[in-house]
Design a protein around this ligand. Sequence first.
Ligand code: SF4
Length: 396
Amino acid sequence: MLQSPYPESIYIHLPFCKTKCPYCDFASFTERGSDIKKNYLEALNREISNFFECQYESSPNHKPINIKTIFFGGGTPSIHSAEEIATIIKQIKNYCSFDDEIEITLEANPGTVDRNKLEEFKAVGINRISIGAQTFKQKLLDKLARGHRVDDCYKIIEDIKNTKFKSWSFDLIYGLPKQNLNDWIESLDIALSFASPHISAYALSIETGTAFGDIYKNSEHQDLAQEEELSEMYQACDEKLSQAGLYRYEISNWAKPDHQCKHNLCYWRAEEYFAFGLSAHGYYQNYRFAHSRNLNEYINLFLNKSAEELKAAIKKRNIYFSTEFISKEESIEEEILLKLRLSEGLDLREEILERLNTESLNRLLDTNYLKKTEDRLYLENKAYFLSNSVISDLIR
Ligand code: SF4
């Protein structure tokens, strides 16, 4: 069967949040009144329609683009009404066919939805919820100033389970200020007690330009876990989750069979994907691109141009803040960097083998950081926490 020349995944960025978390580096804003939200959604829907119209204009006989995954990320997409989410899904459906097994994920923060709203999200097509829980320790949650309490987490889990979404997931963070190994294990135990089918666990990253970036300028700050403790937290996480039947399918993601996030697998398999909305990053026709992070700039770009002007800008990729052409050589390098993150590993095709540093490869195999079968290469268990340095060592 001929492979479609179009991506099968769409990322949609919805940037509004109840509060701005002190560690957050995403393009996210506290709600600024209904006008700006309304204008943003209008701009977003205009981007989607004009973008797809351009694709069909340049390839008029093409069958509808088939979509297998949509991911609503943010921001806090769950602060939108189901009607607003439905409008975006409908806009995509005007131009694309949906796969029978389509996965549509919505990020939801505790305290932003109740059972009724979840039922409404399900009714408009959302079938996977990713919960931004981060920690189940109230003391630590207070420091993260996320505007929700642990009780809100319990409530959203109960509501999600009762709503019977096809799948759902927790996002957890380790290495929080003043978090010790026991705190972390306690959060994992609580997450597991709810039989979550998917858990993402990321180390806290201190970013400059955020409130935490100012407080924890010194990465050796006494409140922050250092490399060895972070490594212990990571190992504890992998052990606990694998004992509970969630296997690590990517460095920071564990799932029960059939509950992997299909959308994120597309990124890690180095496949192309569409992306719409403020600061959204995409990969299409060998270009990686990023939208502006400036809310007014984004809104003005898509609301103040005529359809003709907009289409001309889309065709020239002038709607993006940055674009980068990815050469064949660079795409192979990206494939190595991304696919080794996955437990399914990297297929050792000739062009991949040519990019690997043979000396490093042999050394990493001898020291059990990598393992190899006839046609695939994988990270060994002990290499997962050090994956960045191991993988970059490998590329010629
Ligand atoms: S809820 Fe998420 S996107 Fe919003 S400010 Fe907090 S970390 Fe950032």
